[in-house]
Design a protein around this ligand. Sequence first.
Ligand code: TPP
Ligand code: MG
Length: 554
Amino acid sequence: MASRPARVAMLEQFKADGVTHMFGNPGTVEQGFLDELRNFPEIEYVLALQEAAVVGLADGYARATRRPAVLQLHSGVGLGNGIGMLYQAKRGHAPLVVLVGESGLAYDAMEAQMAADLVAMAEPVTKWATRVVDPRSTLRVLRRAFKVAATPPYGPVMVVLPADVLDAETDEPAVPTSYLETAAVPAPETVERAADLLAGAERPLLIVGDGVHFSGAQAELARLAEVWGAEVWGADWAEVNLPADHPAYRGQLGHMFGTTSSRVTAAADAVLIVGTYALPEVFPALDGVFAPGAPVVHVDLDSGAIAKNFPVDLGILADPRQSLGRIAAALDARLTPEQHRRAADRLRTWGAEKAAARTEADERDAREAAGALTAADFGRELAAQLPTDAILFDEALTCSPGLFRHLPPNTPGEWFQTRGGSLGVGIPGALGAKLAHPGKTVVGFTGDGGSMYTIQALWTAARYDIGAVFVICNNGRYKLLDDNIAQYWGTQGIEPHAFPELFDLTRPEIDFAALSRSLGVPAVRVDKPDQVAPAIAEALASGGPFLIDLVVGR
Ligand SMILES: Cc1ncc(C[n+]2csc(CCOP(=O)(O)OP(=O)(O)O)c2C)c(N)n1
Ligand SMILES: [Mg+2]
């Protein structure tokens, strides 16, 4: 292979791996390879004006393409700005390849301006953080980064690129990365043991996370839930792992308090955990999570997730899609006709409960119709106007239940929710999804709080004419913090009182429509019910990026 500067070889490597986008925010120490991009027209550099937005764009793109996304951050300062969003990418298992520039190995001893231990900075928020120290291993390291990012559990990988290493020559050939086949099938006797443990249950529980989506196991999960008559509860669930309308889908375990989740988990007499870990709340229960004697089986491609916090009776390191159908078949064969009948009865009951809850919520909406505009009002009208295959990116937080009652996430790849707790992914995430699927309608929801962490991403939307629609659910508050502190008062025996002033965002009021227009994205403010339908029609017809400032609940 001909020798050429590593900065050129690196872009050849991306080309060999089919990379079409690099998200980034530049600096001087990356100028060498960024300048070379002019010779690689197949790779588009997507500029964002703050690193949280860069990572959010890449995260949305990686989620929507299900392939590694490449992004570039500038030295310690840029990496520092990106860390909060990298945290959410790691928690959510986004396969990101993060490139961070630095001046060079030659300057290591100098501790010059902007020098930092970049590997140490990135380690807690990446699967692997490394530094290229010899030009002859530039492509070796990059290929390994792609492979590690896209091996379960997926996650971000960071590679530090010293400028003097990239300016030196390498003769490594640029060949596509070797990815792993991970459709590991459990041994037949393991499937039988799982069925033995689970078959006797009368109150079976499936705790499910995004590992089901990653392996494409939705149909197998549905079949298992139906055969077993099991409730399905989400944990670390931000993709469509089971259609929201499926009778077995009962909701999400608590994001905040383990005591809330324990009411569900401790009531089960057998538990099967799939594609997640137990349990991801902010304040998890330390004990009492599962009923004494209730068997716990865990299927995952993430060995670290199995028996992470609590013992299991059987841990199966295998692909969910290859496992769940087999376990369902083994259960099907074991259950008595009476058990089959009771499983079917349970599903029927849950289906009826769901329908009743839906009717009740619709009636409540109708009663409240004369009051303040609600997220549900918007969701209902959007559902009427939206094409059936639209992609929705959900960072609507407290507005999410009202919105998505009318837009139930039923189809994998058409709903993405924020993960890991870092605010600000709503707008850039929707942009990433739109870049991945330019032909589809993409709507991103965020809050008046969440949007302000990455509002600069609107400029990127305008700059590259990325035609996603953004909806800011503007309730004038950090409302989720109100809800959480009310729960906290309950746990501490504190008398309910006025919510803290510091959760208020209306002094001064943010004019989101004006802010959006100033960044190049047309926008309307909607604060009355009769403005909803025309605003949605205008947004969907615009073809380019468009923002709706939706004033709700006040
Ligand atoms: C980067 C980051 N900073 C702070 C928080 C803490 N936090 C969690 S929810 C929340 C309020 C979000 O407000 P908004 O987006 O308006 O949604 P709402 O709660 O009003 O539905 C805040 C500040 C966080 N999760 N992430
Ligand atoms: Mg808010």
